[in-house]
Design a protein around this ligand. Structure first.
Ligand code: GMT
Length: 375
């Protein structure tokens, strides 16, 4: 197949899933064309089956807002015509699904019919899409997609409950590539972070409000009262400065390291004993899955699609959003005993295997084939 992929080429979950999916499809022999405004963060190598087409938005003194959606639609028309693509797969509803719809209409005037699949990742529905500013466009473009997928049952329900959806939605969960995410021998790094064999806790995110990163710090302080430990905060975003201040206020700066954005997250996860994700909502929780693949158990909230990933009491524990005391209590239960910790580590790895790329990739390929056959 010749597949066009549109995504936000950033470190965000939707961009990561789109890029990893494209790379895996290319490895299987499909021709994959990324159409984005900059090189996707994880597309940093050469492969004969991978192509990258940059959408450039011309600035013009008349524009207060450069019309990215029109530039993307025009680029899609150009790439589909020239590269003779079979299907487009757009990640994130706004503005990718509506740009794909526009491109599809234009291509029909050239006698070219191309179906497009839209994958909803969460924030495009839970945070942005419900806003009246975007809702009509989101609803319309989901209904006009030739196929729609969500990354969890919860997101499917949420989409159906909040939008007037006439299309059938297929659930295809996030996946993990074990060739990249696995426990790596990083003992020297572990020693540097925790010289006295303290437990190492980790949080990775974009430090947006929805991640409740202050809860990570508050939870850690409670854990630190009982168990010698260190906290690694990986990533960057709007709440980081406040989190740093909170650490100073709580007097725990010596135990917390803010590492900023990191490419080799799997190496850092490899030294960790527990992953913390107290999010307000999370359509799937890819970062938690990445941790589990590296044998790191998880403490999460029970919001959104997290109960579809976190098996409570097996690979980690779940608590209500904001219940920092309960989260800390559960974390201590895992961390205070070596045997318990090791069982949770093994279980986290076992649970991650349910989302092995090798199991999930065929679900996308079959779905593309169904959609192409129907159109
Ligand atoms: O979580 C983020 O801030 C990034 C966000 C995105 O929209 O790119 O991630 C979303 O998509 C991921 C991949 O499908 C999911 O694993 C994340 O759970 C989801 N984030 C939220 O729902 C908050």
């Amino acid at each position: 197949m010749k597949i066009g992929i549109v995504c936000y080429p950033t470190f965000g979950g939707s961009g990561v899933v789109a890029t990893e999916l494209g790379k895996a499809l290319a490895d299987e022999g499909h021709q994959v064309h990324f159409i984005t405004y900059s090189q996707p963060a994880r597309l940093d190598f050469f492969s004969a089956n991978l192509y990258y087409h940059e959408v450039s938005v011309r600035d013009y003194p008349l524009f207060d807002y450069a019309p990215y959606e029109s530039a993307l639609a025009s680029k899609l028309v150009d790439v589909v015509r020239f590269e003779k693509l079979d299907i487009l797969h757009v990640h994130y509803a706004i503005p990718h699904a509506s740009a794909a719809f526009m491109a599809k209409q234009i291509l029909e005037t050239y006698g070219i019919f191309i179906p497009f699949v839209t994958t909803l990742h969460g924030t495009d529905i839970t945070l942005v899409g419900k806003d009246p500013t975007y809702k009509p466009v989101v609803t319309f473009s989901i209904n006009k997609s030739d196929g729609v997928t969500t990354v969890s049952n919860d997101l499917k329900e949420d989409t159906n409950n909040h939008f007037d959806i006439t299309n059938e939605i297929r659930v295809i969960p996030n996946f993990i590539d074990f060739s990249r995410f696995s426990l790596k021998p990083k003992d020297h790094f572990k020693k540097a972070i925790a010289p006295n064999n303290e437990r190492i806790l980790i949080h990775t995110s974009n430090f947006r409000k929805v991640k409740r990163t202050a809860d990570v710090i508050k939870m850690f302080r409670l854990i630190l009262n009982k168990i010698p430990s260190k906290l690694l905060m990986v990533g960057d975003g709007p709440d980081r400065a406040n989190n740093e201040q909170l650490c100073r206020d709580l007097g725990i700066c010596d135990h917390v390291r803010f590492l900023g954005k990191q490419d080799a997250v799997e190496e850092i996860l490899s030294v960790a004993d527990l992953f913390l994700m107290p999010s307000e909502t999370e359509s799937f929780g890819l970062a938690a899955l990445e941790a589990m693949a590296c044998k790191v158990p998880i403490i999460t909230s029970n919001a959104g699609g997290l109960p579809e990933l976190n098996v409570n009491g097996f690979c980690g524990y779940m608590s209500n959003v904001g219940d920092v005391d309960d989260m800390a209590k559960k974390a201590i239960m895992i961390l205070e005993n070596d045997e318990v910790l090791n069982t949770f580590k093994e279980n986290a790895f076992k649970r991650a295997q349910d989302f092995d790329l090798k199991k999930i990739l065929p679900l996308y390929v079959d779905y593309y084939n169904d959609i192409i056959a129907k159109n």
